[in-house]
Design a binder for this molecule. Structure first.
Ligand SMILES: [Mg+2]
Length: 389
């Protein structure tokens, strides 16, 4: 008689030789100049994009690509730290394993290192690219297929002067954009309130407009902003305070007519549930670099939807079309995308793929083809590689 045993979580391993055995995991750090500086809350100014590209190869000669940006003030990941996380900790756990077992491998990576979600995300995205190529399907199809016909693309505005934001927003509006995210928490709050109204007037009543402070507001300036800008029709205000400042966020939510969105505070499913429970937030910004890849971002999106939270998907400023493609596949498949998607590869002086993802008529086409559906430009990768191997 066959003995019946219960399935333990994440225990399934084939006794046979894996059909898609991982042979090599390569970590490639790159630094790419941006076309123009980007200003963010808390006085941050970005001039270059630092990213980790991961290439995973299997014994049958297939390979997949993944990417995650370094984000010291978002995830705590630094570029050298990401390289070491992959080379010393994650790669040894992946080599010899079946690349098709993405859920199992995501779990193994989460058990190997606390945090380091960027490094995990780059590996997890590469595994999805690889699995899609092996099976001859897109990442969208791997994730269960399309949930929508188009994704609502946000254009991010973060210039030194409001006149530049308006000129850029009007140009984007002519290209078909209808959704804009204004970076705030940078200038004096009175100016930012005025900017919100000036932009609203320039874009008209139908444009969707939101603001992101990247933790850059003081308690006083945030209260002033939500009261002063209440008539500008902002869909939401993202992350006014530090990532762990739930008390002040909750107090702000209670007096604000503008719904609040958590980004730096929404690092994992547990924090999303905790912040939702208090009533401080109406939605979350989800990023693969925070959640640790595609598997965990999809899970977080399902949880957020179940809790009734709106979802905004976003890539880091300057993340190339490799990381952006992963996000777009998620955009087509997550249960809700009420607050749209922003990819930011257009900030790069040079993208890392031959045909960069393009935002068109306020949407982003889902990359076709197997896996991520992007072809990596290996010359560009060599040119911007910072360890010069
Ligand atoms: Mg944000």
């Amino acid at each position: 008689m066959t003995k019946v045993t219960r399935n333990a979580p994440y225990s399934a391993e084939s006794k046979n030789r894996p059909p898609l055995a991982i042979r090599r995991v390569e970590a490639i750090p790159v630094s790419i100049p941006l076309v123009k500086p980007v200003l963010m809350g808390g006085g941050q100014e970005f001039r270059r994009s630092e990213s980790l590209v991961v290439r995973i190869e299997t014994t049958n000669g297939l390979f997949g690509w993944g990417e995650a940006s370094a984000a010291p003030t978002m995830t705590g990941d630094t570029l050298p730290g990401m390289v070491e996380a992959v080379e010393k900790y994650l790669a040894p756990r992946l080599i010899g394993q079946n690349a098709l077992d993405r859920a199992l491998l995501a779990h193994r990576m989460s058990q190997t290192l606390i945090g380091n979600t960027g490094a995990k995300a780059a590996c997890d995205i590469a595994l999805h690219d690889l699995a899609g190529k092996h099976l001859g399907v897109s990442v969208t199809d791997l994730l269960g297929g399309r949930a929508r016909e188009r994704v609502l693309a946000l254009a991010q505005l973060g210039n030194a002067k409001v006149e530049q934001d308006i000129a850029e927003a009007k140009a984007k509006q002519r290209q078909g954009y209808g959704f804009f995210k204004l970076k705030v928490g940078v200038k004096p709050v009175e100016q930012e309130i005025e900017s919100a109204y000036t932009l609203r007037k320039a874009l008209g009543p139908d444009a969707l407009l939101c603001a992101d402070a990247n933790m850059g507001m003081t308690v006083a300036s945030a209260h002033k902003f939500v009261a002063g800008a209440a008539g500008a029709g902002l869909l939401f205000l993202e992350q006014p305070f530090r990532d762990n400042d739930l008390a002040n966020t909750l107090a702000l939510a209670r007096s604000s007519a503008i719904p609040l969105c958590a980004d730096e505070s929404a690092q994992n499913i547990e924090s999303i549930m905790d912040w939702h429970r208090t009533g401080a937030i109406a939605g979350v910004n989800l990023k693969t670099i925070k959640l640790g890849g595609i598997v965990e971002t999809m899970r977080a999106a399902i949880v957020a939807h179940t809790l009734g939270l709106a979802v905004n998907l976003a890539s880091k400023t300057g993340e190339s079309s490799i990381g952006a493609a992963a996000l777009v596949h998620l955009g087509y498949t997550v249960p809700n995308l009420d607050w749209g998607i922003n990819i930011n590869n257009h900030y790069l002086d040079t993208d890392l793929v031959k045909q960069p993802l393009k935002q068109k008529s306020g949407s982003i086409e889902c990359p076709g083809g197997a896996g991520l559906g992007v072809e990596v430009d290996e010359d560009a990768l060599r040119r911007f590689r910072v360890d010069k191997r």
